[in-house]
Design a protein around this ligand. Structure first.
Ligand SMILES: O=P(O)(O)OC[C@H]1O[C@H](OP(=O)(O)OP(=O)(O)O)[C@H](O)[C@@H]1O
Ligand SMILES: Nc1ncnc2[nH]cnc12
Length: 177
């Protein structure tokens, strides 16, 4: 498990009862970071999911999304926390595993019909990914797929996202541990 074994678990962060899956220990290791980007690159070169642009979710989705956009020869569009993007934005509020949050995209960041691969480090409730998909669709984009390093299936995000018909790919799971 060269990817999973490099991910650190921090109990009770940011709140009591949360087992925080910390990918910083994976990506600080050059072998780990390369494994992640090579695996995602190979998957999207060969799986038939066709897309034009990568949309990465702040903050850890930027690290993966940026590298993957480079290896796949795509552009990169950020989804950011409120107040960070300088031009006109669209915003959505959503529920997290441990609270609520808001995200924004520039209104001119996509063109009508553009196909998007959403990228983030981790899928828990699916609230963030579904909010990002909502923003992409508000802007006329089409969500072709969603990519994560970590899936936490016990929390239910994967099921919710699959029920809505989106394609998901993740590199590892933490289940009942
Ligand atoms: O599936 P969900 O329940 O929505 O949870 C997943 C989100 O939670 C984490 O981000 P966090 O809110 O910790 O923000 P950060 O990346 O800016 O640290 C993670 O990076 C995802 O974006
Ligand atoms: N358990 C968890 N670990 C890391 N990031 C998260 N985002 C939501 N839940 C998380």
């Amino acid at each position: 498990m060269p990817i999973k074994s490099r991910i650190r678990t921090v109990p009770d962060y940011p709140k009591k009862g949360i087992m925080f899956r910390d990918i910083t220990t994976l990506i600080k290791d050059p072998v780990g970071f390369r494994l992640v980007i090579d695996n995602l690159t190979q998957h999207y070169l060969s799986n038939g999911v066709d897309f034009d642009v990568i949309v990465g979710i702040e903050a850890r989705g930027f690290i993966l999304g940026g590298a993957l956009a480079y290896t796949l020869g795509k552009g990169f569009v950020p989804v950011r926390k409120p107040g960070k993007l300088p031009a006109d934005v669209v915003q959505l509020e959503y529920e997290l595993e441990y609270g609520t949050d808001k995200i924004e995209m520039h209104t001119d960041s996509l063109v009508e019909g553009q196909r998007v691969l959403l990228v983030d480090d981790l899928l828990a409730t699916g609230g963030t990914a579904l909010a990002a998909a909502g923003l992409v669709e508000k802007l006329g984009g089409v969500v072709a797929g969603m990519a994560f390093i970590v899936n936490l299936p016990d929390i239910g995000g994967e099921k919710k996202i699959r029920e809505k018909g989106y394609d998901i790919y993740s590199l590892t799971e933490f289940e009942g541990d």
